[in-house]
Design a protein around this ligand. Structure first.
Ligand SMILES: [Zn+2]
Length: 214
């Protein structure tokens, strides 16, 4: 079983991906984390993401994903692709490889939240300078002015409205077309992400059952 989960930043995609991989025993491959790890070693990639707010080349992301898929994999391994593929170009490369290896995608889960909600949620994020804990002033407030570890809380540059809007534009332009494609293939599950975590998770499972995936 291979599942993709997509959604704009702040949609709670990471939370649902964790719950789902645990419940269904899926190996979770988080594209964002792989890219961030690579960006630490590669200045050009770092700038593409953090300065230009763009996606890194599709071939490069595929390379990272493929390496991760092949690590410790056996025929029975089921995978949850978290945040990948996010553009038509990424999907074309990925699809070719899936076809070659005889794999297929069973479902694509799309967590939907409005742009307004994305900006609201991300603007409320505060990150601890010391330990990296991420709080949310609305949904997961810190114990006080400081982190529980005593570190200072900062409003990261990429959580400010300007940067968020840039990423949302990129999402609209690049990700929406591939979402449309998944719709045509009949594997898209659209989930309302503006509800409590448990409700969303129940809904995802129900939809997967309905499609005969689980
Ligand atoms: Zn801390």
């Amino acid at each position: 079983m291979n599942i993709v989960i997509l959604g704009p930043q702040g949609s709670g995609k990471g939370t649902q991906a964790k719950l789902l991989s645990k419940k269904l025993g899926l190996k979770r491959i988080e594209a964002g984390a792989l890219i961030r790890k690579e960006a630490e070693k590669d200045k050009e990639i770092w700038e593409t993401i953090n300065v230009k707010g763009k996606l890194i080349p599709a071939e490069k992301i595929f390379e990272l994903i493929k390496r991760e898929v092949e690590t410790g994999r056996n025929a029975a391994t089921s995978i949850l692709f978290d945040g990948y593929p996010r553009s038509i170009k990424q999907y074309k490369i990925f699809k070719n490889w899936l076809d070659e290896t005889g794999l297929k995608l069973d479902a694509v889960i799309l967590l939907e939240i409005s742009e307004e909600e994305t900006v609201k949620r991300l603007s409320a994020r505060r990150t601890c300078e010391k330990c990296g804990t991420v709080y949310n002033l609305i949904t997961n407030p810190p114990p006080g002015e400081k982190c529980k570890c005593g570190g200072n809380l900062v409003h990261r540059q990429d959580d400010k409205p300007e940067a968020i809007k840039k990423r949302l534009m990129e999402y609209k332009e690049k990700t929406e077309p591939v979402v449309e494609e998944f719709g045509k293939e009949g594997i898209l599950l659209e989930i309302d992400g503006e509800r409590p975590i448990d409700t969303i998770f129940d809904d995802i499972q129900k939809e997967l059952e309905g499609k005969g995936v689980i």
